[in-house]
Design a protein around this ligand. Sequence first.
Ligand code: SF4
Length: 450
Amino acid sequence: MRVSLTEDPEFEIPVCKDLVKRYLNSPEVGKSESPKVNSGNNITPFNLSGSASSGLPDLPTPGLPSAFSTEFRTFPTHGLYDLDTFRLPEYPASKLPYSPFEYKRRDSFEVDIIGGKQVPVVVADLSQMEEIGPKQLESVGYIYDEATDKWTIKDAAADFIFTGNRILDFALPGTLKVIVYPETWSNCTDKTKYFPISELLEYNPEVKSDSLNFVMLDCFSEWGGGIEFDHPIFNDLSTVLCLSSTNSNAMQSVRRMFVELGIRGIKNPVILITDSSWKTPDEHLIHFATETGALLLEGLGDGICLGYTNKSKMETMKAQGRTYLEVKDSFQFTNNTAFSILQATRTRISKTEYISCPSCGRTLFDLQETTARIRAVTNHLKGVKIAIMGCIVNGPGEMADADFGYVGSGPGKITLYKGKEVVKRNVDSAIAVEELIGLLKENSAWVEKS
Ligand code: SF4
């Protein structure tokens, strides 16, 4: 298994171990398993695992369902299950409403900035932030300059924040919108900035925005309740579905919900909600990436919201390996992770993209050191794709759709490409990075770092 092509294989071992650990001793194990039945318990919004989200460290658990008792189980009412086996019906691959073998984004209608052909949105859960002011919004990509009373919006700025029951007492940046509980939304005067979110079991059509509503579904879990697909939220043109699952196989449960939606022609946009119960940044990263990335790679999902259960911890903010992103608190870590997952799945590009060969006996320079050098000077070039390839024999053919290529063409020599075309041959490697910057400038792909 290779997880990074620009680091020595031994640096991949901890990542591989964390990946395997997910399936051996996951903190999710012990959560509900199929069959999924309705306990009748309600779960607080953004608390779909029955615990406080963003709980770093341990936080109280509002909305935690009482111990599950079979006495109170009722069968789901949506009639999907075989009542003898409590299993969902199996569909042959040919009947799936999406192809597991090729990428095609799921069809959804647009609700505000979510769905359709728009890039997936990022929802930042700030409900556990002690104080939310202009300064705190830096963690999710908004920088406030008091002197000019202006906001700078970074490329990786969250599109929505969830604040629970809080209305903010300062003017928000123009692009940022706030998600709150329905009772708070009812009392709020600015209905252009604030939008309600409710859990399906608590959905009240009387408390509804004309333009944008969020409804959460806990997919096929015992806490999630029965889902009636003729419910008015489905195909309602102002409703975005927020899918998660408290099952241990959450990603598969959510994917199954996409199948059920597709079969019924339900086209509401979908936000993927994932909570982590792990302890270290690396574990959280892998959890978020595997749970949401697998779905995004299949074209499923119009946004993501990442959070934490009350079992989680964040003992340090620093993930192993290289990172070029500032991480000053868990909210920034989470926001960076959300945008990095979207970048890695190529569903929303917010930073420079690097394509690199794995290196081999033909490699003509220190690939790691060179990649780090190029990255250090170009990592602010949003959307530019740069390939760094070890040799000219196979490198150009493996550059995929890179905009620019930096390819070893002899000892101490580099050949630079624009797309597939050679533009500078056998440049001295001592000046090749400068030459690459020159090439970026000539092609209007360069901006100065801010
Ligand atoms: S591009 Fe060249 S150096 Fe890089 S892995 Fe392929 S053959 Fe080896």
